[in-house]
Write a protein that binds this ligand. Structure first.
Ligand code: SAM
Length: 220
């Protein structure tokens, strides 16, 4: 099978997308493994990952090898494991999650993936996370948190951790915000991003995720 690199560390066979597995032989969430040219690749399931869905829907990944990434809403590590593959051993990804239950799985994952740092905290408490992370310069911010104030959390983190010109992405879940029409909510939230960001590209994630918008922005 022919795999073509479509973005840094992301490959496609024309239908499905993959990252090169940095922990050979190990799956993270039951994904398919594939060997090609002496390397091993992990299929990236867009039904399980908003970033994977966004790439399938045409959003360009700004993530580069060696990047430092701040990931809010890391959960059990599905998407973060693919970013860990992309950034490689010279990069670092800090995965914040509020839930002790999912953090357990993320800690296990970080034992194999040395570039992954799990961090149990409320991503909304920027004054707390700032104390721990003030030394790190982040190249990219990603957020996937289904909370009513998800956009405000993203804006506060961007203000604190991201430099002018750097990229960020937020997955916005309409139903966590209100019961108004999804299109209306998602447009209102996208407009709020204008406070800190230039909005570069936004895609609805259907049919992979219902009533979600993934927005790629650049810090003003
Ligand atoms: C939809 S899941 C994320 C899935 C994950 N991004 C992936 O693709 O593998 C949302 C996560 O956000 C976490 N979360 C919700 N509110 C949070 C907050 N204020 N701070 C940090 N994490 C939060 C939840 O515990 C949950 O694990």
């Amino acid at each position: 099978m022919q795999l073509k690199q479509i973005f840094d560390g992301i490959y496609s066979d024309g239908r499905r997308i993959y990252t090169e597995n940095s922990v050979k032989g190990k799956k993270v969430y039951g994904e398919r493994l594939l060997s090609a040219k002496g390397k091993e690749f992990r299929e990236w399931n867009p039904f399980r990952s908003k970033l994977g869905a966004g790439i399938k829907k045409g959003i360009k990944s700004p993530i580069k090898k060696g990047n430092n990434v701040l990931y809010l809403g890391a959960a059990e590590g599905t998407t973060i494991s693919h970013i860990s593959d992309i950034i490689g051993e010279k990069g670092v990804i800090v995965g914040i999650d509020i839930s002790a239950r999912v953090m357990h799985k993320l800690v296990e994952l970080s034992k194999e993936r040395k570039n992954l740092i799990p961090y149990l905290e409320d991503a909304g408490k920027v004054d707390e996370t700032k104390k721990e992370l003030q030394e790190v310069v982040f190249d990219f911010l990603f957020q996937d948190i289904s909370q009513k104030n998800q956009t405000e959390i993203f804006l506060n983190n961007a203000k604190t951790f991201l430099k002018k010109g750097n990229p960020a992405m937020i997955s916005i879940k309409a139903r966590s915000i209100s019961q108004k029409s999804a299109k209306q909510i998602l447009n209102e939230e996208k407009n709020k991003l204008g406070k800190e960001f230039f909005v570069k590209h936004a895609v609805f994630l259907d049919p992979f995720q219902k009533e979600h918008l993934l927005v790629l922005c650049e810090k003003k």
